[in-house]
Every structure is written in structure tokens, then in C-alpha cells.
Design a protein around this ligand. Sequence first.
Ligand SMILES: [Mn+2]
Length: 445
Amino acid sequence: MFWYTLACVFTLCALVRARDPVNQWDVPDFYFSGVSTFAHLPHEKCLVQEHTDFDVAVLGVPLDTAVSYRPGARFGPRAIRAGSARQTVFRSFNPALGVNPYVSKTKFLDCGDIPVTPFDNELAFQQIEDAYDDLLHRNVPQGPGTISALPSRTKNGKPVHFAKDKKQHPRMAVMGGDHSIALPILRSLNKVYGPVSVLHFDSHLDTWAPNQYGAASRGTGISGYTHGTMLYHASQEGLVSNTSMHVGLRGLLSGADFEDYRRDASLGFTYLETWEVDQLGLDGTVAAIRERLGDSPVYLSIDIDVLDPSIAPGTGTPVSGGLTSRELRSIIRMLSGINLVGCEVVEVSPPYDTNGEVTALAAAELLYELMSVMAIHPLDKVTVEPQARPPRPVSAAAPPLAEARQATLSWPLLTLVPAVSAALATVLTMRLLSRTTSPVKGKTA
Ligand SMILES: [Mn+2]
């Protein structure tokens, strides 16, 4: 009977072990391990895997053949992925916004890069538009616990739909690439949403007309489509609402007057120069942006050269006197709730970055703030309630400072006690010894 029972127990144990799904290697990557994807997110070649669904896709667009000065932004997506290495599922809670975007209802996926040709910009723009079209029409995840299961956002009792087809579309967080990629992206977004407000963080206007930007006087005309003219074309093509805005301008203007700003205004933009951001402070800056955007659908475009070159040197056309990454991260958080239809961080050019890869880090963490904002605010759905911050201890609850000081001060004195005692004992012994011997010596003397 005993042996029979023992055999049964062993068999049961073996069965349980066989069914145990735990694999010792099935753990998240460390910051420094694993194949490099944005924030260690799962990666799929979404353009090849036609049935992939997601709420937000991270997408690289490694094109840099439309720059006017230093090239290298084709290596941007690769560098930004490396710069995001310390964002992981298990440590990405955003205390300022009360959300971990990667542990939320929003399904994020790294969709890899659009394989753009480096040899033909006309074809490259078409490839970007086609790829963006494709991904923009993918299904978002369905079922319990997903974003699509949330109630619709309503205004005056009616559901809010931003897309012309009234459907929910996924959003792309793009890693450039030079800034020209915004044009094919805006062409694609226009088909789904109509014209959008472009919220453009940049040290440069990027609304220059081709003849002001060194376009070739002969040829196909593609030389007029560059990283300094794409917003001119976007506006001319009707892709941009007249509620658009530049923030962080400080680049030099053309000619001998304000003609650049006059033309810019006619293209649907207003602006805040960097020194005006200083004057207004973060609250005033964000209020001005919100007033401009209103309830419109917004494409948020960050040229990394909006940051100061001391913070983001790895870019093609740096301009001194820029924003800090702290300021821009705060501005993005404070803009939480605007109707983002997509976003991009462009012009990261790793050949000019430092050994510490500070530009790539700044870009990756700006994207992280955007991910957090997107996780809280789905476009057509109600806001996902962020975690409430627990009450933090105030000074009255902390140990009294005087007591704490006394405690730290008394310790060095206490350590002196054995040393002082030993010294006293030695002196006393010496004195006793000298008393017992000196009388004898005195007598003999
Ligand atoms: Mn730019």
C-alpha cells in the first residue's frame, strides 16, 4: 500500500511538472539585452503581416535624401530604438501622467521601418504614403479590455468621430528620417481625417517656397520637395488647417524683412519663437497652443533641432538657443487631451550625436511622453482614467530635523569613547608604575 501511494504521488508530481508552463527563459529583456525594438515592444513587419492589428504603431521612416546641410537621419530610427532601451514593460510608469503606456489598454507595436529607397525621392515619398495608407486602415484590437470597448467620446450628446468614415483608425508614432517625410504622411492622413492642425516644434519654419530653398531651376521639380519646404507644399495641397502653429522658432529668415512670416501666416500658421516661450513660461505657452488648436485633429511634429544643440547635437541643422528636453517633455504632458491623429520625431542624425547618445535619448523620451498621452486619450473614445498620485509626506510627517541631526552628530563622539578610555587607562597605569619605582630610586639616590 505504501509503495502504491508513493508511486501515485510521484506520478502526480511528474504530471504537474509537465503541465507547468513556466520556462526559466520566459522573462522580459533587461534594458541592455534583446533585439533592439522601441521600448522592447513586440516587433512585427506590419507591412508584410497584413492582418496585424494595433492601436499605436511605432514606425521608422529612414529617409534623409532631402536635407539641405548635414545628412545622416536615415540612421535615426535605429538610434532612437537604442535610446529607448531603458523603457520596458516593467518600468515605464509615468508618474507625471499616472500611466504606464506599455501596460495599458492601448496596444503598442513596433512595426519596423518603411523600406524607403535612398535613390529616388519621388518614389520614396510615394512609398511612405502607400505604407502609411496601409497601416492607417488596419483594424484596431477588438474585445473586452481593449480601447475599442471603451464608450465613445460625446459632444452635445452625439458621438465624436474624427475620421471621415466615422471609424476608429490606429495611430502612428513615426521616427524619422528627415523632415520631408511629413509631406507624404500628411497626404495620407488627409484621406482619412481631412485637413489637420500641424503642431510643429522646430527651430525652423519649414514653410519656405521651393524657389527660396535652392530648388533646381530645371528638372522634374522634385528638388523643390525638401526638409525645409514640405509644410509649404502641404498647405498648398490643402492638407493643413489654418489652426496650425510653430513653436520654438529661432532660425534665420530670408531676405531683409518679415516676408517669411507673412507667407507663413497665409499658409495657415502662427508661431511662438523660443524667447517667447521663455517670456510666457510653460503655462502661457501651453495655453496659447491650446487656444490655437481648439478641438481640431492634430498632427504633432517634433524636429529634434527645436532642442538646444547642447542637449541634442545629433541633428542636421542645429541652431543655438533652443528648448531644453525638460521644457518640451513638460509641454507635451501639459498638452494631454489634444486630439492627436499621429506624431513624429524627425531629424535625429546619429553621426553628430555624442558617445552618450544624448540626442537619441531625448528623442526616445519625447516619444515616451507622446505614448503616455496617447494611452490616456484615445482619439474617439473617453479618456482612460489615469492613476491618482498617492498623498506624499509633508515635512510635518518627517522625523524632526533636530533629532535626526543629534543622532548623526552623537555617533562620531560615541566612537571616541573606547579610544579615550584606553588612553586614560594607559596614563593611569604608567603613573602607578612610576609611583611604585621612584621611591626606591630616590632612596638609592
Ligand atoms: Mn524641420
